[in-house]
Design a protein around this ligand. Structure first.
Ligand SMILES: *[C@@H]1O[C@H](CO)[C@@H](O)[C@H](O)[C@H]1NC(C)=O
Ligand SMILES: *[C@@H]1O[C@H](CO)[C@@H](O)[C@H](O)[C@H]1NC(C)=O
Ligand SMILES: *[C@@H]1O[C@H](CO)[C@@H](O)[C@H](O)[C@H]1NC(C)=O
Length: 404
């Protein structure tokens, strides 16, 4: 009995000790999360409704999503956040500017960086490609950006039940859907589906396709109409995505497809490409009643945690490069943890709960400065600068950890 107790207590001590032997404190509290939210809002540009110039257009859609999620679990900030959402709705579409993305920055051939044409005088006009269009509303030349905003308005709708936000998501989706099935990459069995990354049709990659699936499945669960087209689109998109070759044999998802051969291009396994798909499959499972989709989501989540979290802390491949993650890559990890939380809510696993809490604790302990800014490396050390992108990404994890 004594030995057994001794064994138990040393096991307990082991479980509750960090590597330096100090006890693990679950110190990410509601107050900490609210403090991190206040820091994020210091970068909110009220006059244009986005977190600019601290971060960019698509990142701001992610900022809006995480604060909507925060408000859904913390009523004390709800009225302030619904005001921010309303302001973003009116102001951001006025500001929206023609966008150009350049792929292959910071030593990673698949990392992109975003530029705004009429706000970036140095950008040579040669970057403007044929078939680029003027921006309008929440639309621009990149279908992934459109998908982020559609999901942001769905999160805002879930929080507020304001139908304008859901209608906006439908409007954005309609623009993405206009190219559905028009890529020249079909599945091995000839199935069509999929969307391009961009309006000039230069690339078919994972992120816009996962977002398209997530938006279609989310709309299928929210739009009540007898001729709701979203479920059948979502099912076709998932069959195409599954057969497209983007999911590797070990259930990790690469950046995209080779445009000549339509085969998996072996591009970087980004955390966000392992994330959006989890929420998308949960929504599709709910809409279709097919529970095997959740099993597939678990396989992808487990593969991602084992591939992308050395020591249990989520790490973006670009953090290990000589370069940095640029202005866009710092956003990605929060997309994974936000969606892991969605999967956990639908089909709980202790391992996910522990993972989210450990990551939140590490962010708070190792990746924070005295101004409660949260930066790129969740395992630490703090990297200067932090900004609305790194802050909102970390906040995704803190919100999930506290909600659990
Ligand atoms: C808000 O954005 C506008 C337009 O880009 C810019 O002129 C202004 O300086 C920004 N405000 C702050 C506080 O950064
Ligand atoms: C797809 O179309 C692009 C041009 O848009 C072309 O360069 C490429 O070879 C085509 N790929 C396949 C597999 O047909
Ligand atoms: C935001 O911070 C990251 C990490 O320090 C940095 O790499 C990135 O360039 C910053 N973004 C902007 C728009 O300055």
């Amino acid at each position: 009995m004594f030995l057994l107790n001794l064994y138990k207590s040393s096991l307990l001590a082991l479980l509750l000790s960090s590597t330096d032997g100090s006890p693990v404190t679950r110190d990410v509290t509601k107050d900490n999360v609210e403090a991190a939210y206040d820091t994020l809002q210091q970068w909110y540009n009220t006059s244009i409704g986005i977190w600019y110039p601290s971060t960019n257009w698509w990142n701001s859609a992610n900022c809006l999503t995480v604060i909507s999620n925060l408000a859904s679990v913390d009523t004390s900030v709800k009225s302030e956040i619904t005001g921010v959402i309303a302001n973003t709705y009116t102001q951001a579409q006025e500001w929206n500017s023609q966008t150009v993305k350049i792929i292959g920055v910071e030593n990673d051939p698949y990392l992109m960086q975003t530029y705004y044409v009429n706000r970036w005088p140095q950008l040579p006009s040669s970057f403007i490609q044929p078939k680029m269009q003027a921006n309008s509303g929440f639309l621009n030349d990149y279908y992934d950006d459109e998908g982020w905003w559609a999901l942001a308005w769905i999160a805002a709708y879930d929080l507020t039940h304001i139908s304008t936000y859901l209608t906006q998501a439908q409007t954005i989706f309609a623009d993405m859907n206009a190219v559905f099935g028009k890529t020249n990459c079909s599945t091995n069995s000839g199935g069509t589906g999929g969307i391009w990354w961009d309006k000039p049709h230069t690339y078919v990659n994972a992120i816009p396709n996962e977002l398209f699936l997530a938006v279609a499945a989310s709309l299928a669960n929210r739009v009540s109409s007898s001729d709701n087209p979203y479920l059948s689109i979502a099912k076709q998109q998932w069959s195409w995505f599954q057969g497209s070759g983007m999911i590797g044999s070990g259930y990790t998802i690469n950046d995209g497809l080779n445009q000549q051969t339509c085969e998996n291009n072996g591009g970087t396994v980004w955390t966000y490409n392992q994330g959006v798909i989890l929420g998308a499959l949960v929504e599709l499972s709910k809409a279709s009643g097919d529970t095997s989709l959740v099993d597939t989501a678990h396989k992808i989540a487990e593969a991602a945690i084992s591939a992308l979290a050395p020591g249990g802390i989520l790490t973006e491949p670009c953090e290990l490069n000589a370069g940095s993650c640029g202005a866009d890559g710092g956003q990605f990890k929060g997309v994974f943890t936000r969606n892991l939380w969605i999967l956990h809510k639908a089909s709980p696993r202790d391992a996910y709960k522990t993972f989210l809490k450990n990551n939140a604790d590490s962010i708070w302990k190792n990746d924070r400065n005295e101004k409660k800014e949260l930066s790129l490396k969740w395992a630490g050390p703090f990297v200067t600068p932090a900004n609305a992108s790194t802050q909102s990404s970390a906040l995704d994890t803190l919100v999930a950890a506290v909600a659990l």
